[in-house]
Write a protein that binds this ligand. Sequence first.
Ligand code: NAG
Ligand code: NAG
Ligand code: NAG
Length: 322
Amino acid sequence: MLTQLFIICFLPTILAAEFIGIARSDVVRSKEMTLDAFNQQLSNYWTSDKLKSAKSLDISLSKTNSKSQPINNAVLTGPESSIAGSLPTNNSTKSKIISPNGRQVYTTGRVFWQVGTTHYTCSAAVIVSKSGDMICTAGHCVYDTTSKTWYNQNNWVFVPGYNNGNTPYGIWPMRRVTALVGWTSQSDYNYDVAMVAVSTVNGQHLQAYVGSQGIGFNFPRSAFTYSFGYPSNINSGLTLQKCSDTTKNSAYTQNNYHGLGLACNMGPGCSGGPWLQNVVDSTGIGYVTSVNSFQITTVPNVINGPYFDMNIKNLYDNSTSM
Ligand SMILES: *[C@@H]1O[C@H](CO)[C@@H](O)[C@H](O)[C@H]1NC(C)=O
Ligand SMILES: *[C@@H]1O[C@H](CO)[C@@H](O)[C@H](O)[C@H]1NC(C)=O
Ligand SMILES: *[C@@H]1O[C@H](CO)[C@@H](O)[C@H](O)[C@H]1NC(C)=O
């Protein structure tokens, strides 16, 4: 079942050592929203009360920890590569502030959207891009694999530095989302990642205003890593939380899952929050190497996230070409 919708690459011999037998997932894009005129309406919609009452998505997906199938490290391997993050270039007083926690506070935030009468929330982070408008989150925060639809694009927004119902760095509406078919068609947690381009707000680009995190591909699987997010089980998800530890192979070994696990007590709401390696203390800027994805019901206090391999690099490269 897993391989049905994947395209297996038959690459020239010279690449065979890197790519042999590995599933490659196509990129899929949502429609594009043209929202500059809509911005004011959106920020009026998202009142502090709505932000505070938004529901966190459940991340313990009743996955059992069966050891019956050995892990198949089906990583679409390639050379380690990275793109460095950036400090804000807008020197307004607000965007210049670096707290003792560094830039992290401003590049990480929460996303919000509405389905029917319910408001939902996840976490996300600004990642470096040419357009200066890109955030990275989990696939399950943008696409509903049950109804096979993108979540409501009309009021899906990113709030950097979200704090207790406040939006200190504004509300940035989704312009377009890019994800992988491996997530949208297969619900495969190896591909639980999405890149979201946001609209400019008053002509200003998000990255110029709050800075950006770098992104890293094919990084070491075992490395000291931070995870950030807004989990509802800690301070009701009102403030940014973090965990840190050395990553390990995920204990979830079914369905060719080759993601990583990180000791962390963050629960629902932290989904989509960035995992960061090589963070520079003075700036809070590092390299996003995964996002918070799911917990295994039988393995408490460990968050699992996809390994950023060449599939995720293809996703990133495609999204930055928008
Ligand atoms: C990105 O993916 C879309 C959808 O598959 C495709 O149409 C487009 O050509 C891709 N662009 C690049 C630059 O890879
Ligand atoms: C912002 O400040 C930095 C450091 O002081 C300076 O190098 C840069 O030119 C300034 N940028 C703008 C747009 O004023
Ligand atoms: C910098 O941010 C301020 C405050 O949001 C804004 O008024 C100004 O236009 C921005 N400057 C640039 C060059 O984008």
